[in-house]
Design a protein around this ligand. Structure first.
Ligand code: FMN
Length: 140
């Protein structure tokens, strides 16, 4: 079992319709690949946490990295896991309103990369806030 956290700069408007299109892909592909995680939109940034079999994470990340809806994908941290942290989350989604990352991050100007001192703190914070996240499976 493996986990990976990345950030990227969003190139699409911050609207539910845009995010739902991404979440539909997650819905289609992640369960079959054994992946769970969550995606956060924070202003001009995406932050996504993925966990599952390492090969499935790599294959999915290769697709995501080529997606024109964002740019500048940067892996913040990754590693091995004994057990999933979010086994029931096909792909949670939240924005600033539900996951107030500004509490733990200094947010840069739009277009500038997100600087994160300790990515692991971010995972802990997101998992702690995950009950506030909207889950696609329950909305679909
Ligand atoms: C920020 C972001 C996160 C994404 N996360 C996932 C994901 O977790 N799983 C996935 O299959 N596709 C994800 N996608 C979409 C992929 O880039 C790609 O469009 C999709 O996997 C293609 O599969 P489909 O034809 O079934 O939609 C994401 C895209 C973006 C922009």
């Amino acid at each position: 079992m493996h986990y990976l956290l990345y950030t990227s700069q969003a190139l699409i408007p911050d609207t539910p319709a845009e995010h739902d299109a991404i979440l539909q892909s997650c819905h289609r592909n992640n369960a079959a690949a054994g992946l769970t995680g969550f995606l956060v939109r924070e202003g001009g940034h995406f932050i996504q946490y993925l966990e599952g079999p390492e090969a499935a994470i790599r294959a999915t990340l290769n697709r995501i990295a080529c997606d024109p809806r964002h740019t500048g994908l940067r892996v913040l941290c990754e590693g091995g896991l004994d057990a999933k942290r979010l086994p029931d989350w096909q792909m949670g989604f939240g924005d600033t309103a539900v996951v107030p990352l500004s509490e733990v991050l200094t947010l840069p100007a739009p277009g500038a990369p997100l600087e994160i001192d300790d990515p692991f703190d971010l995972i802990v914070f997101m998992v702690a806030n995950s009950s506030a996240l909207r889950e696609l499976a329950s909305a679909a």
